[in-house]
Design a protein around this ligand. Structure first.
Ligand code: NDP
Length: 277
């Protein structure tokens, strides 16, 4: 068997075109404010890509760069200003934040109705309770990619490797909300393979290149590779793609799978935040 490649780039292009058409119809443009603290080069690249995507879709966007040494108070003051700003409908705080800043406090300060990433604990709690009013972009992109390819989620065994608040936990909740039987694995899981072998849907969100090998994958599984690690100048996923694609029913490539979907979902979420203004 050779897996169907879940082409996130192609699906993302369609979604971006739909967002652009929707924005063109609106008299008032949706506005996104991105906030970045410090000089993390990967974060700078991600924010740059997000801003470019906004521009192409006709979404108003502004970038607020704070120095590495910015205080928690300064960041909170900026968020308060953006919460009040009527031309801003969506606020994104690029993670990770410098160590001296309390991430939880910052994410909680973003107004619930402007929380484009769904990281505010109110929105995270709603998701855990089965309400998907504001869900994080990467998990939403993963689910959309499966749905676009008509992959049935209900009743399936889904295994999520990784339990971060930005990917693992929320995607597990979204799978549960769609009636999958969900197992969440992490660094303390004993015998990871025993779990992954049982997965009809396997989601790898760890950040360890090629850690999911073919022997860990069930024949006919849907394999979603979220991991992105720079290896020898190349972006590498958590899944041994070449070997696993011979066993899986469908698989996402890295790059060109989950990454573009994350950006497309950010645009879609911005529109949704604009709807609730
Ligand atoms: P985190 O580092 O926050 O979380 C990694 C998770 O992997 C943790 O829950 C950790 O467990 C778990 N883990 C670590 N080692 C193992 C192991 N040996 N076996 C099983 N689980 C393990 O990462 P993120 O969730 O933020 O990101 C994960 C990956 O996805 C990264 O490569 C990141 O770059 C990528 N990413 C890609 C995006 C995209 O759009 N394509 C968006 C976001 C992230 P524990 O909790 O016990 O420490």
């Amino acid at each position: 068997m050779t897996a169907t490649i879940l082409d996130g780039k192609a699906v993302a292009e369609r979604i971006k075109a739909a967002v652009k058409a929707e924005v063109a119809k609106r008299r008032e443009k949706p506005g996104l404010a991105a906030v970045i603290v410090g000089e993390n080069p990967a974060s700078r690249v991600y924010v740059g890509m997000k801003q470019k995507a906004c521009e192409e879709a006709g979404i108003y966007s502004e970038l607020h760069k704070l120095p590495e040494k910015a205080t928690e108070k300064e960041l909170l003051q900026l968020i308060e200003r953006l919460n009040e700003d009527r031309k801003i409908h969506a606020i994104l705080v690029q993670l990770p934040l410098p160590k001296h800043i309390n991430e939880e406090k910052i994410l909680a300060a973003v107004a619930v109705e402007k929380d484009v990433d769904g990281f505010n604990p109110v929105n995270a709690g709603k998701l855990a309770a089965g309400n998907e009013e504001a869900v994080p972009c990467t998990p939403k992109g993963i689910i959309r990619l499966l749905e676009e390819h008509k992959f049935e989620i209900g009743g399936k065994n889904a295994v999520v490797v990784g339990r971060s608040n930005i990917v693992g936990r929320p995607v597990a909740m979204m799978l549960l909300n769609r009636d999958a039987t969900v197992t969440i694995c992490h660094s303390k899981t004993k015998d990871l393979k025993q779990h992954t072998k049982n997965a009809d849907i396997l989601i790898a969100a760890v950040g360890k290149p090629k850690m999911i090998t073919a022997d860990m994958v069930k024949d006919g599984a849907a394999v979603i590779d979220v991991g992105t690690t720079k290896l020898g100048g190349k972006l590498t996923g958590d899944v041994d793609f070449e070997a696993v694609k011979k066993k899986a029913a469908c698989i996402t490539p890295v790059p060109g799978g989950v990454g573009p979907m994350t950006i497309a979902m950010l645009l879609e979420n911005t529109i949704e935040r604009h709807n609730v203004r």
